[in-house]
Design a binder for this molecule. Structure first.
Ligand code: URA
Ligand code: SF4
Length: 216
């Protein structure tokens, strides 16, 4: 267990078991106190999908539904992601899906819990879980769904609009993965639903998923 001094400095290191498989990581994450987000959340949300996957998708953080159900991408953004995977010809059961941050960050507004973007401090604190997953799954290609995911995977900020859809390899892929594709978050596509630009945004997400799958 962590000493008090460790708790004052955010970081999940002390809770991530060494040499653990995905199941062991999944059960250990519930004890994590690596940052303050565990406290108001219902539960930690880990991953879904096979640890043998060649394609690994990283989202931002669990949303309201995910926090309640304990599974990633089971809410509205997850439906957009499922549609995009299907349109790209990728079998949902073949991909490993996780998030950069494992607890839901939100603001209370009356009875509603409004999504609040995780800060750089939360992404950094939670990164040991993500790195452990990348180390166990060792996918051929990692897809970062949005800027928060890219920060978690690459360890630094990128401009999603500049790098999206490009297969990043070598130094550009960072130390944690061999090949990375950054794309937009399905929530950003969802926000356009019923508006101009929705089709274009959805098709661009599908095209980026295809680029990733072709390299996997
Ligand atoms: N958005 C994410 O980034 N992850 C989820 O699991 C759900 C919504
Ligand atoms: Fe630990 Fe990540 Fe949850 Fe923070 S968000 S308590 S680092 S699992």
């Amino acid at each position: 267990m962590a000493r008090a001094a460790d708790v004052e400095r955010p970081g999940a290191e002390h809770w991530v078991p060494a040499d653990a498989d995905v199941d062991a990581l999944r059960s250990a994450v519930h004890d994590c106190r690596g940052c303050e987000l565990w406290q108001p959340a219902t539960q930690a949300v880990f991953s879904d999908g096979p640890s043998t996957a060649r394609l690994l998708l990283v989202g931002e953080q669990p949303g309201d539904q995910e926090d309640r159900q304990g599974e990633p991408f089971v809410g509205p953004a997850g439906r957009v992601l499922d549609e995009a995977l299907e349109a790209a010809g990728i079998a949902h059961d073949d991909v490993y899906v996780t998030n950069a941050v494992k607890h839901f960050r939100f603001e209370e507004r009356g009875k509603r819990r409004l999504h609040k973007k995780p800060g750089a401090v939360h992404v950094e604190a939670c990164r040991p879980w993500l790195l452990a997953e990348l180390g166990v799954v060792r996918p051929r290609v990692v897809v970062c769904l949005g800027g928060t995911a890219a920060r978690g995977v690459l360890g630094h900020d990128v401009k999603v609009t500049e790098v999206r859809g490009t297969l990043l390899t070598g130094d550009e892929a960072g130390p944690a993965a061999d090949a990375v594709v950054v794309t937009t978050h399905p929530s950003a596509v969802l926000r356009l639903r019923g508006k101009d630009g929705y089709r274009e945004a959805f098709d661009a997400l599908v095209a980026d998923l295809r680029t990733a799958a072709a390299a996997a």
